[in-house]
Design a protein around this ligand. Structure first.
Ligand code: KIV
Ligand code: ZN
Length: 387
């Protein structure tokens, strides 16, 4: 059976760029967008055109250089927003308008101060209006994670009737458990009339650290698109991390899912976004963190030296990391020291290794990590002692 192809919708330049201190100028946004296209993302959410003249300009400039990916502009369910987004997308080869409204009672009662019926009406009209500008219209039901399933199904049905091609089901507050989010998508797949005319998208936030798990639960239950960002950046605790969901689908062949992502560009893209948006990547970040392929404990190092697969489930080259590293610390064993010495062309006997290891431990207790210069020094000490 052929793998089911999942669409990757990247919102680094919209939801990701909402992070305080991460503001980009147009030139930087265009640069990142071209890298996202090279990475193979299906949709680039380029911005929220009505939010500022700068965002309008950036979306417009991005549409001039992007050839293959769909370029998407966000709007509220407000005519003026939709018109401005359509203007920003006029030169686009594959334009998409992403419009929507809050659907949970929290949003309807407190934010919109409206009623469920009126919100349904606004959703229908917004999609219908967006459809007068572009063929590809995505509808988002903000806070769908906390929206009652039956009402959510009703509003999705209306959005499809109005012409929506994609139904975005955001877990805006990152509240859902994977089982709950998966069940919500399943419910929509089974209860929304006309669902065969649209695809469902996940858009999960990471407030409880569940964004990746929830996105995968959504996909397994029938969603066809994942909204995510490079390094998982985004509002508050961030969005689903692109590199994580892509590598989960690649590693777990039994899911029979695929994406168009060129995975050996993941690391490079992660660093680029981190530097340009001034958002350091935590060292233990899955897939792209600096420690993701670094082994430091003696037992692990011994295992990896014997066979990489004992402690690594991904070949680092698959994500664009040259090779895994053996970091020498006071927790390292003789096997790791011997291995690193051999890389420097010091091929030591067992007794020589014992002596070198003794000096190594003394030095490692003082320093956090031992680098190649330190190893050369250790071997010089050993040589002096031997004469
Ligand atoms: O988190 C959210 O609900 C959003 C929507 C605007 C799509 O970002
Ligand atoms: Zn969001």
């Amino acid at each position: 059976m052929k793998d089911r192809r999942i669409q990757i919708f990247d919102t680094t330049l919209r939801d990701g760029e909402q992070v305080p201190g991460s503001k980009l100028n147009t030139e930087q946004k265009v640069f990142i967008a071209t890298h996202l296209e090279e990475l193979g993302v299906d949709v680039i959410e380029a911005g929220f055109p009505i939010s500022s003249p700068g965002d309008f300009e950036a979306v417009k400039e991005i549409t001039k250089v992007i050839k293959n990916s769909t370029v998407c502009g966000l709007t509220r369910a407000v005519e003026e927003d939709i018109k401005v987004a359509a203007d920003a997308l006029t030169l686009c080869k594959r334009p998409r308008i992403h419009t929507g409204i809050g659907t949970s009672d929290h949003h309807i009662n407190f934010k919109l101060k409206s009623t469920r019926e009126k919100v349904k009406e606004r959703a229908f009209k917004a999609v219908q209006y967006a459809k007068t500008f572009v063929e590809d219209v995505e509808f988002y039901a903000e806070d769908a994670g906390r929206t009652e399933d039956q009402y959510l199904a009703e509003i999705c049905e209306l959005a499809i009737k109005a012409g929506a091609t994609v139904l975005n089901i955001p877990d805006t507050t990152g509240y859902c458990l994977p089982e709950q989010f998966g069940a919500k998508i399943k419910y929509l797949m089974e209860n929304v009339k006309g669902i065969e005319n649209a695809i469902i998208s996940t858009h999960c936030h990471n407030d409880l650290g569940l964004a990746t798990a929830n996105s995968i639960a959504g996909i397994v239950n029938g969603a066809q698109q994942i909204e995510c960002t490079i390094n998982g950046i985004g509002e508050r605790a961030g969005n689903t991390s692109l590199e994580e969901v892509v590598m989960i689908m690649k590693q777990h062949k039994e899911l029979a899912l695929s994406t168009g992502i060129v995975t050996n560009k993941l690391y490079k893209t992660s660093r680029l976004v981190s530097e340009m948006m001034r958002m350091p990547v935590q060292p233990n970040k899955a897939i792209v963190g600096s420690n993701a392929f670094a082994h430091s404990s003696g037992i692990h190092q011994d295992g990896v030296i014997k066979n990489r697969s004992t402690y690594e489930i991904i070949d680092p080259e698959e994500v664009g990391v040259e090779k895994s590293t053996i970091v020498l610390t006071a927790r390292s064993g003789r096997a790791a020291l011997k291995y690193r010495l051999s890389q420097l062309a010091f091929n030591v006997s067992t007794s020589e290794l014992d002596i070198a290891y003794h000096h190594f431990l003394e030095m490692a207790d003082d320093k956090k990590t031992i680098d190649n210069n330190d190893l050369v020094k250790i071997m010089e000490i050993c040589k002096k002692e031997a004469v």
